[in-house]
Design a protein around this ligand. Structure first.
Ligand code: 5AD
Ligand code: SF4
Length: 439
């Protein structure tokens, strides 16, 4: 029997890439690969890349540079680039890094095994098409191995919104939803293998409109169907656009017990002038009203967001409106970035804000967001929350898991196992986590 070949996958960027990497590893498993945690003994290295900001894209080239010695020492080593940099740069990657054997865009992963076979014959392979088929259906399914208690599940991909700063509509293509029956079958299968919490993924997950036997399904209806699966205890979804938060989805937050009280709802800026220039198609006021309606349906919901500072032409006055919006919302979690010019997007052509101003604004925004995050976390002390335990903590006898609101919670608990969902009283708030006792 020949020894299995070893596959090293490095994943950058968003949770969808994490899901894609799992599926690619499974597909290549059928071609005789097992995963390894180190590039040094790999027969194939696959970088699953992110193109959202310039730094993320540049990392890929520096990482590839590091693999040159490995390739020199082992000419059979195959090196592949997948993900959004593969989609955006295509052949340019093969030109800049001739040691790369295959380049595969996010919509072509089902062709990966055949590309791998081609690369084995010394032929370079490039596929950045947007085929009209569900790649996940064509990918070999997950082997029936046992899984940890949490999993991602992609239900929707791509984006038709064309925010002026964003590469996603170009790298992931237009919005496509997977049929509800396939999502439900995959969820059922994951639950049978030990998963108790599912995070539904999509670039515009709340624009989900998958086909079903009873016509098109919305995300809210899909969540209500998933909630019927015995053994599935928790449902989350990300990322949502404010304009796609329909009434039923808002209501679901109050009605579906398994739907967790956490919502990632990026707004990007608090200035209407900037929002318009970003092509967001909503205002700061409409976003605040929306948050009010969501909080009316689920008062304890934790709101998370994304912000960009230093978008072309953003003034100090625009920025102060962003700070005011943050004050009004009170975020429990947030991600904030300096605007990064992405070639081919409309904003790349506009007057850029100087770097020092971007740095200064980012620091001020992050200080405010950090204070809010700490305040929201501190307020959990004394409360009773559900915790899904995932793994042992740093100290003996300790287990760590995620609360309903996605805080990390440490608990001393003999006899607790990964996958246990228990009620916990929060007793202490530390820098990035909570501590509690079992009820
Ligand atoms: N520059 C900075 N941040 C960006 N994002 C998307 N495109 C850019 C860009 N060009 C941020 C947005 C988005 C998150 C995933 O990344 O805030 O919500
Ligand atoms: Fe990018 Fe805007 Fe689409 Fe989000 S909604 S993926 S930020 S274009």
């Amino acid at each position: 029997m020949t020894a299995p070949k070893k596959l090293y996958i490095k994943t950058y960027g968003c949770q969808m890439n994490v899901y894609d990497s799992e599926r690619m590893a499974e597909a290549l498993g059928a071609s005789g690969y097992v995963e390894t945690g180190s590039p040094d003994d790999a027969d194939m290295i696959l970088l699953n890349t992110c193109h959202i900001r310039e730094k993320a894209a540049e990392k890929v080239y520096s990482e590839l540079g590091r693999f040159r010695d490995l390739k020199d020492a082992k000419p059979d080593l195959k090196i592949g680039v997948a993900g959004c940099v593969a989609q955006a740069e295509g052949e340019e990657i093969l030109r800049r890094q001739p040691m790369v054997d295959l380049v595969v865009g996010p919509q072509s992963y089902h062709r990966l095994p055949e590309m791998e076979a081609k690369a084995g014959k010394g032929v370079k392979a490039l596929d950045t098409d947007f085929p009209e088929e569900d790649k996940f259906e064509r990918l070999k399914s997950r082997p029936k191995a046992k899984r940890g208690p949490t999993a991602f599940l992609t239900v929707q991909e791509g984006c038709d919104k064309f925010c002026a700063f964003c590469v996603v509509p170009y790298t992931r293509g237009s919005e496509v939803s997977r049929p509800a029956s396939r999502v439900l079958a995959e969820a059922q299968d994951l639950v049978e293998r030990g998963v108790r919490e599912l995070t539904l993924l999509g670039q515009n997950v709340n624009a989900y409109h998958g086909a079903s036997d009873t016509g098109e399904m919305t995300l809210a209806r899909l969540i209500r169907e998933l909630a019927k699966i015995d053994g599935l205890e928790r449902i989350r979804f990300t990322t949502s656009h404010p304009n796609d938060m329909d009434d039923d989805l808002i209501a679901a937050h109050g009605e579906v017990e398994k739907l967790m009280p956490y919502l990632h709802l990026p707004v990007q800026s608090g200035s209407d002038r900037v929002l318009k220039a970003m092509n967001r198609k909503h205002t700061a006021e409409s976003y605040l009203r929306l948050i009010e309606r969501i909080r009316a349906a689920r008062p304890d919901i934790l709101i998370s967001g994304d912000f960009i500072v230093g978008f072309p032409d953003e003034t100090e006055e625009d920025f102060s409106q962003t700070m005011a919006l943050v004050e009004a919302v009170e975020y429990g979690q947030c991600y904030s970035f300096k605007y990064s010019t992405r070639p081919g997007t409309p904003a790349a052509e506009r007057a850029q804000v100087d770097e020092a101003a971007k740095d200064d604004r980012l620091q001020r925004l992050q200080a405010l967001l950090r204070d809010q995050q700490v305040a929201v976390q501190d307020r959990m002390v004394g409360k009773e929350v559900g915790v899904l335990f995932e793994k042992p903590g740093r100290e003996a006898g300790q287990m760590v898991g995620k609360s309903d609101h996605l805080h990390s919670v440490f608990v001393e608990g003999e006899g607790l196992s990964p996958g246990d969902l228990r009620k916990v009283r929060i007793t202490r708030s530390a820098s990035n986590s909570l501590a509690g006792t079992l009820l």
